[in-house]
Design a protein around this ligand. Structure first.
Ligand SMILES: O=C(O)CCC(=O)C(=O)O
Length: 300
């Protein structure tokens, strides 16, 4: 018996590697989340460079604050921490990867109107390979998301394929060259929906999102998690200091020290690039770097 997701939806996720639950969050939760985003964003007016709390767009200044990402909202906000532990988020996750779940990380990608940064094509497990495939990310959108404001895009079914090359000139660059992989953006599915929609994507699905040149924001919060018996492979970008610290990231169910090992494709994200602060910084050191708003417009 599933909690939230129907058997058909579970079958869809297994086949395609993603699932969208439109309008999943109630309106009062969305309103509170927007207040929290505003509160956490205020910090940007006091900083010139990215720090542990906020990742800034290159064009940021204190007078014209431009936030690319609010880092670890679960640590900065009781509200976002409680939301992560609520049935609204864990119900669908349990339906897909079972009762014992550990958090990997959280992040709130802002993609603000007119300049919000793109995220190049990648697979999450290229950053953090684990011993089995029960790894997923839940994306919660706080704006109506349509084609124009940079929805998350996925290649349906790619979670069943290999982990693609995420290296550039011998160094991990966190991004895939679509042409090299024989893929075309036009074949990607855009995960759109009204504010409060959640998307769930498999750790191995190829995904990314475009620059937001529209007049509307697209703020998305990712809760990344895995089955408790999925353990990071040596070399993964998963912080692992002690088993106590690792187990403190349990979201529900019981931890284990018996990893479940599956015969799945794996690549190790090593050697690491010079700057590793966020996916944006990692990808900016790859082929072509990150396209900025100005470059996109210069290119028409
Ligand atoms: O914000 C997005 O559209 C995608 C973000 C993403 O895939 C990531 O941060 O790993």
């Amino acid at each position: 018996m599933s909690e939230v997701v129907s058997q058909d939806q579970i079958a869809f996720y297994r086949e395609n590697g993603y699932l969208v639950l439109p309008g999943h969050l109630p309106k009062d939760v969305i309103a509170k989340a927007c207040d929290e985003i505003e509160r956490l964003s205020a910090h940007a007016t006091n900083i010139d460079v990215s720090d542990d709390l906020i990742d800034l767009e290159d064009s940021h200044s204190r007078n014209d604050p431009r936030i690319r990402r609010i880092k670890r909202p679960d640590l900065q906000s009781t509200f976002f921490n409680e939301l992560m532990r609520s049935d609204l988020i864990l119900g669908p996750a349990r339906d897909l990867i079972g009762p014992n779940i550990r958090m990997h990380t959280t992040k709130l990608n802002m993609k603000k109107a007119r300049y919000g940064a793109p995220v190049q094509w990648h697979q999450d497990v290229a950053f953090y390979p684990h011993t089995n495939d029960d790894v997923l990310a839940i994306g919660v959108v706080f704006d109506d998301v349509e084609l124009e404001n940079g929805p998350l895009q996925v290649f349906a079914g790619s979670h069943k394929g290999p982990v693609l090359n995420h290296h550039h000139e011998g160094v991990f660059s966190g991004s895939v060259d679509l042409a090299e992989a024989g893929l075309d953006t036009k074949d990607a599915v855009s995960l759109t929906g009204p504010a409060g929609t959640i998307s769930i994507h498999h750790g191995r699905i190829l995904h990314g999102s475009a620059l937001n040149t529209s007049p509307r924001d697209r703020q998305i919060l990712f809760y990344e998690m895995m089955a408790a018996d999925a353990f990071p492979i040596c070399g993964a970008m998963t912080p692992f200091t002690t088993i106590e610290d690792y187990n403190s990231r349990m979201l529900c169910g019981e931890p284990t020290n018996e990893p479940r090992i599956e015969n799945i494709p794996i690549r190790i994200p090593q050697p690491q690039p010079r700057k590793t602060g966020s996916i944006y910084e990692i990808q900016s050191q790859g082929k072509g770097g990150l396209e900025t708003f100005e470059q996109a417009h210069a290119n028409g």
